[in-house]
Each structure stands twice: as C-alpha cells, then as structure tokens.
Ligand binder design. Structure first.
Ligand SMILES: [Zn+2]
Length: 506
C-alpha cells in the first residue's frame, strides 16, 4: 500500500518553454503548467483559466526551459563514498574492491549519509527518479531503514531493489574454476545463504511503501542466481506487479560464460530469463552490451526494457552497447549512470550525450535523430522501465509533477538553435535551476532546497576515512585474486567471439 505524499502547494508555472518528449523538440513553445496535489492538472490556456478561477499563485519562468524530470534507470547507492577511488580496472577486478560484501559492517549513519549524498547528486543533475539496486549485506534492517530515511529526506522518487544472488562466486564468474589456485576455489566456492534476504524482500513488497518509494526486485545477474531463485523472483513480480532489474551481458567474459553455462537455453541469458518466466514488460536488463541481434529482437517482442550505461561501460572496459539496435527493435530504452565508483558521477547529461554520440555512430550518416532518442530515453523510456510509463516521464495532465527547470541564459543555450540538440550535446548540471518532485521544489538555484550537504560534510569525510582504511584491507586481502581476475579479463578481451562490442560502430 502506498502512503500519501506530503501536500506541496498548488502552483501555476508561467512563461517557461516546455519540452514535451513527444512534441517539437527543436523549437518548443511557451506554455503554462498547472500543478495540483502533486500532479499536472492542466497545460496552456486551460491551466491559466483554472488557476485564475482557483486563485492559485503563479511562478514566473520566463527565460527558463521546463522538461520532465530525468530518470536514472540504473544506479547503486552502496559505493557512493568510494567515488574517485579507482581507475583502469575492468569490471570483475573493480567489483572485488567496490562490492559491499567485501567490507566489515558499516554503521547505519554511514549508509544514511552515502544514500543522501548520492540522492542529492542525482537531484542537482535534474534526476527526479532513480532506480537503486542496492546491496543490503546480511539483510540488515537498520541499513534498510537508513536507506528509506535518506531518500525520504532528499525528496527524490526512487525504486529500490535489494540486490541478491544465491550461487557461489566460483560458479558465477567466467574462468574462476579453471584459472584460480585450487585453495582459492575451495575457499570461495560457497553459495551464500540468502534465506533472510528473501524474507526481507517479501516483507518489504507486502508492506507499506512511502509516497515516493517503490520496492522492486533485483536479482544481481542470471548467472549469479539459481533457477529456483529466479522462479521465486518471477512469482513475486507477478504477485506484487513489481518491476525486476538485473545485470545482463555487461562484460565480454559474461557472454563467454553464457555460452558455456546455458547449453539448454542456446547459450543465452535472454532465453534463460524467458524460460524462468522473467522476460516481459516488467523486466529491465542493465547494460546489455554483449547481446546478439536475435536476443535484442526477442526482448523487443516481449516488451522488455534495457537500461544503458554508456559511461560506466567505457570506464569499466566493457565496450559499447548496440543502442541503435535496441531503439529499432521495440525494446524500452532507458539510461542509467551506474555506480559512483564505476562512472564516477550521477550526471544524466553526460550519459545522454554519450548515448547520442554512440547511437549516432551506429546509425547511417546523415540525419540520426540521436539527441531526440537520448532525451526520450532519459524521460519516457526511464519511466516505462520503472513501471511508471502511465504516470511520469512526460508533462501531461494526470502525470506526476516531476519537472526540471533549466536556465536558458546558460551559455549552453545561447543562441537558441535547437533546444534538444543543445540540451543533449551542450548542457550540463550547471544549467539546472529548479527541480520539482510531486510539485515540491527540491532544488532551488541549483542547490538542494531543504537537506543540503554543507552541515554534513565533516561527518561524510569522517565516514569516508573509515571506509578508505577498510578499502586498503580489502585490497590487501584480494590482491592475488585481483591479479588472477585481471589475467582472465585480458584473455577474454582477445578471445574469439561472434560479436565485437569494443568496435565503436556496433
Ligand atoms: Zn549495476
């Protein structure tokens, strides 16, 4: 059951240029927006009339651009305090240092602070909704509460999925059984017991949610989960109409593993997800880099979604997803920023720009429509991936009043030639002036309106110092394993495979 949102005052926004994802994106027009009870009540002349009759206060947005709030469709809040710590590490090596399971228990205050810092970074980048696939180690209730409280304090809208897996890392990682020293295989080939995590997830799905928080499902990746677990996820998804988020085909060595592991499913994660009952409109795969054309077609036919993360795919050495192919195949396409220590920023502008550049390269030279596709994917596409396509991602009557107000006097928009091209190729979070979630102003003048970080900085730095100390222990413990994973990665980079996602033209 969903709790009621706190009532934001009704507002008439006037004088702003309004960018509709399905409207004229090059040359949008000035339009009034009436916000009532946290939703968009009317647009244009109708909005002016209703506001006048109801005596509703107006806010002048002359010289501003109003867009739907952006959706960050793939993110993990658990390593926010590690931002900037790593460079040059491929995915499998980086995760040995960044995964929360590697660390001693964190304080609940640290979990609160890291969640809040990440949420405020999202908001000041114009992101009004985020999908957080978060590790809650040992199903820690206090940590869960800290996450919920931080999001409520930030004001952002969020779909939280507790990341879970029940197979041993040796079984789930390419090459570990054959390349690791026997002693390491013995030590690591232990399946995690996730009984408490399953119980926690079921209780959260069955319980009340906050007005801006949805609980969703987040099996970490198909190769890390048993069929029994994926069947349980599919059953919960149907019972609670809950979205499912999972990592698929992020790295080349994961594709090599699929061919080895899933003979019954033609060596395909997508066919495996289909067989266990997960391939459908409630599913969003994160990354989808090393995927074949026929698998993309199967996703499109099933109405499934992909959350593309072009920045982290480059930084963690995974290549470039076939963006054009997804856009042409009816797959719901969304954009994410991924981890703070694997990107290292929750900057949706940067992600939109890379998305447009890569999808443009993958299209025939000439008119590609890449900037328009990037903007639609960061708004409507993200809302669809989060199961909110009928209530957010656009500025329409009845939709949530989740909006970004950008300053058109920012040099990125001067002079105005094509709003969408300048938004995607030129703008940065510097242009973000105000952000509204459910009609509540949560960013004002580019800064968080209520719960800023200035009073928390020393506390955040103290928590980060403890984390850095523990990171050096984690690094020392995992040093030889990391060297072995690096060798496996390098061998995988040059192994023959039917696709080459390191090749930029897709
Ligand atoms: Zn991820």
């Amino acid at each position: 059951m969903r709790g009621a949102d706190k009532a934001a005052p009704d507002l008439l926004l006037t004088g702003g240029i309004v960018l509709h994802p399905d409207g004229d994106l090059d040359n949008p027009q000035v339009e009034s927006i009436l916000v009532r009870d946290g939703r968009i009540a009317a647009l244009g002349f109708e909005a002016d009339q209703q506001a006048q009759a109801g005596g509703i206060a107006s806010v002048d947005l002359t010289g501003k651009l109003v867009t739907p709030g952006f959706v960050n469709a793939h993110y993990h809040s658990h390593d926010v305090l590690l931002r900037g710590s790593f460079e040059g590490l491929p995915l499998d090596v980086w995760s040995l240092y960044a995964a929360p399971q590697q660390y001693a228990r964190r304080s609940s205050r640290e979990v609160y602070l890291r969640t809040l810092v990440g949420a405020l970074e999202c908001l000041t980048s114009g992101i009004t909704t985020v999908q957080d696939m978060v590790a809650v180690v040992n199903a820690d209730r206090e940590h869960c509460d800290a996450i919920v409280n931080a999001y409520a304090d930030s004001g952002i809208r969020v779909a939280v999925g507790i990341q879970a897996a029940d197979l041993s890392p040796v079984e789930a990682a390419y090459g570990w059984r054959s390349h690791l020293p026997e002693a390491d295989v013995q030590r690591l080939d232990i399946a995690p017991d996730i009984a408490r995590t399953r119980q926690l997830i079921e209780e959260l799905l069955a319980g009340d949610t906050g007005p801006r928080l949805d609980w969703v499902l987040a099996p970490s990746a198909p190769q890390r989960c048993s069929e029994d677990m994926l069947g349980w996820v599919a059953d919960l998804s149907r019972r609670y109409d809950a979205q499912v988020f999972t990592h698929v085909y992020e790295a080349k060595i994961q594709a090599l593993l699929a061919r080895e592991k899933y003979g019954r499913d033609e060596g395909s994660y997508i066919r495996h997800l289909d067989r266990v009952g997960l391939l459908g409109p409630r599913l969003t795969i994160a990354h989808g880099v090393w995927i074949t054309a026929s698998e993309v077609a199967a996703m499109g036919a099933a109405g499934a979604n992909v959350a593309l993360n072009p920045t982290s795919n480059l930084k963690l050495r995974n290549g470039v997803a076939p963006i054009r192919s997804y856009l042409d195949s009816g797959v719901g396409v969304a954009i994410g920023c991924d981890n703070c220590s694997g990107n290292d920023a929750q900057n949706i502008f940067e992600s939109m720009k890379l998305f447009a550049l890569f999808s443009g390269l993958q299209s025939a030279a000439g008119v590609t429509g890449a900037a328009k596709a990037a903007f639609r994917s960061a708004t409507l596409g993200g809302a669809r991936a989060l199961g909110r396509g009928q209530s957010s991602g656009a500025l329409r009557p009845g939709f949530s009043a989740d909006m970004v107000v950008l300053d058109l006097n920012d040099p990125a928009f001067v002079p105005r030639n094509s709003i969408v091209n300048q938004l995607v190729y030129g703008a940065t979070p510097r242009s973000v002036d105000q952000v509204f979630v459910a009609g509540e102003m949560v960013v004002s003048g580019g800064r968080p309106a209520q719960s800023g970080l200035s009073g928390l900085l020393s506390e955040v730095e103290a928590a980060a110092a403890l984390l850095r100390r523990d990171l050096s222990e984690v690094a020392a413990r995992n040093g030889s394993l990391a060297e072995c994973c690096l060798r496996i990665h390098k061998q995988g980079e040059t192994s023959p495979f039917e696709l080459d996602r390191f090749h930029l033209l897709g």
